[in-house]
Ligand binder design. Sequence first.
Ligand code: GUN
Ligand code: FE
Length: 446
Amino acid sequence: MMIYKTVLKGRYYTAIDQNQVDYQPDSLVCIDDGGTIARVVLADEDDYTTIIHTAEQTGTLVSLADDQVILPGFIDLHVHAPQWPNAGLALDRPLYEWLEEYTFPLEAKFKDAKYAHLVYDNLVETLLANGTTTALYFGSVDNTGNLELVKSCLSHHQRGFVGKVVMDNPEQTPDYYRDESADVALNETENFIHEVEKLNTDQSIPVTPVITPRFLPSCTDEVLSGLGKLANKYNLPIQSHCSESDWENGYALETHGKRDAAVLDEFGLLTDKSVMAHGTLLNDEDIKRFKDRGVGVAHCPISNVYFGNAVFPAKKLLSEEVKVGLGTDISGGYDPSVYQNIRQAIMSSRMLDEGVDSEISPDLRGKHQAAITAKNAFYMATIGGAKSLNLTTGQIKQGYAADLQIVHEKYPTFGHQGPEDTFEKIMYQTTVSEIDHVMTQGVFAK
Ligand code: GUN
Ligand code: FE
């Protein structure tokens, strides 16, 4: 009889595809020593009772209460770690002003290792407590802070992807917060890659360094070209912002005579390891480009309300089989919870679908066929994110990393409630208080 490190006994939900969620009322999620789901055993299988018996005897059985369920951990595809102290601030400002007046001054403080440690430790812990087992982070320009972020991911056991932010264009960045030159930016990026490698020694969840040009306006062509080469040399993921706002789109056309997706592509920055944030204003040509290249989109529905200038057409991109996951975009988004972004993704899509202007007749008011369901959003928060980062996580399935959350239902049901009802209520009502445990690579982090 196989002895597992941990056996979780209870019900679970896991996305199968964009539209379907698998529900199992009574299962054993058997986790091996390496933190991988070795088997998922259902109640009608032959060795179900033997596995329970063995796990009880070895003290490795974790039995869920009746109101608890297991879900895959969520993947946050877009977090600006140094912006955490600003979450909830200045969202009435336009993007350009918000960056200049609130964001750059804060990010510049992360030269200070002590301050960085204080903020990042709290952020990583908070994201984990909210069910986020994997996060794709923008750090800041300075590597002192970035390495503190890497250390926080390692010490709290979160699956971290961290980028040294590159911004070297003197015309669009302040004197006090900029890479000195393209060369310095590229050297610092390469140094960061090597430093992360060192910190990863003997870690069960290594942090992945990420090539991170902030967005087209912050970067010179020289640095974009160099970053494309580094991504290729080290075979690394890439992250940036793409078609987030009318201002950014206009800037690309004015300075390069092209859309920003086309410029990033020219520099080798759109690959099957790229995750582009926002994309509210992607056109059909950009969408085709993303699909052809295998680029993932970080859909940040809360942030997009403030800075996106439009609703991201999630349904359309999902239908076209482009990879799409969810991002909190702290602090363009005010909340660290992917659950909140699941809800906002659904709500925003409803407004896109039906339209918002009461003076327009109902048949012309909305886009139609644009609404997404809770299942679609759950898919984005799990499988969509995992695909974008090329990870074997985000599902409760044999061979996948045991990155999981155990949550309980928030309110009593006052009578009959089927499994579909329970799923929807969990998506709509879960807050940090209902998330009892969070596991990454088979180890409890909460
Ligand atoms: N575009 C460039 N930088 C940023 C940022 O920090 N947040 C958002 N939302 N958009 C950006
Ligand atoms: Fe962002």
